[in-house]
Design a protein around this ligand. Sequence first.
Ligand code: PLP
Length: 350
Amino acid sequence: MPVRVRADLAAMPDYVPGRKIAGAINLASNEVSYPPPAAIVNAVAEAAASVHRYPAMGSDDLVRRVAAITGVDPSQVAIGCGSVALCQQLVQALCTAQDEVLFAWRSFEAYPIVTQVVGAVRHTVPLAAGHRHDLAASLEAINERTKLIFVSNPLNPTGTALRTAELVDFLDRVPEDVLVVLDEAYREFVTDPDVPDGLELARGRQNVAVLRTFSKAYGLAGSRVGYCVASPEVAGGVRKVAIPFSVNRFAHAAALASLDVEDELMARCRLISAERDRVREELIKIGFEVPESQANFVWLPLGERAAAFNEHCVEQKVVLRCFAGDGVRVTIGTPEENEAMLAAARTFPG
Ligand SMILES: *Cc1c(COP(=O)(O)O)cnc(C)c1O
């Protein structure tokens, strides 16, 4: 008999990365279109001189820096190889085969994958009206096997965000032995002050974990580094299941350097958020439905027309992220890139 991989992997969706088409404008992966400041490039180059040595096992410098910035004890911080790795580590640290992981669907496509990799059970809740996370339905879906709830805020791929009162009310009702993971990959693009800062909500709540990443606002998608802030118990579990040295030397250098130039990077985020609001208005003028976004992308709920719109844009050399039959996610790029996307949208016959 030949070697067989786990039978359940056949039913597991592959993570579909954004398409890369040579010479095309890439608005598929929620990356920042602007290249890194020279200080970051230099720090990575400097790290190369020590590449014959293993990186810091516990990412100590970065842990201390993140702890200081977020106002928590270093025991509450875990660094990961991108926050997607931290998603998987959280499930690994909390769940075994009978346990359920609850999340909205559609949402971040890594959630079903990491759940199944661990062998836990996926439990999904459809989105509410307005392409929003349905907190009431999530509360109802909690049962005695629920161990972890992913809440992407803002929600990938729709861009919609939960507000303070509803999220606080939700957290107050979730049983204290169920961990709520506030995945704030797009936090820095939020402009509505009524969208809560997860770190504040996590203070005093041992069953809330917050995920942040250097991939989006900090422009380090290629370096793979993010962090989790949680109770010492949960953060310790996340560190325990980490693959040793998976956060490499270059990622550490890039992340630390990016924190040194944070003001410059945050100014860039503000421009992107302003572009997001402008692009949304333009798309609405063209006739598209566009939910209000607090992230660096907008969502076009085109349903059955999604694939046709996506193909039309690819023909115009603009690459977006299509979820066929559902919608198309459009990353906000530079003003020139956004104009190219809008020009394509204006000529969409559908
Ligand atoms: C992009 C994204 C992440 C972060 O990915 P990294 O692994 O840190 O690059 C996490 N959660 C959501 C919802 C995202 O969209």
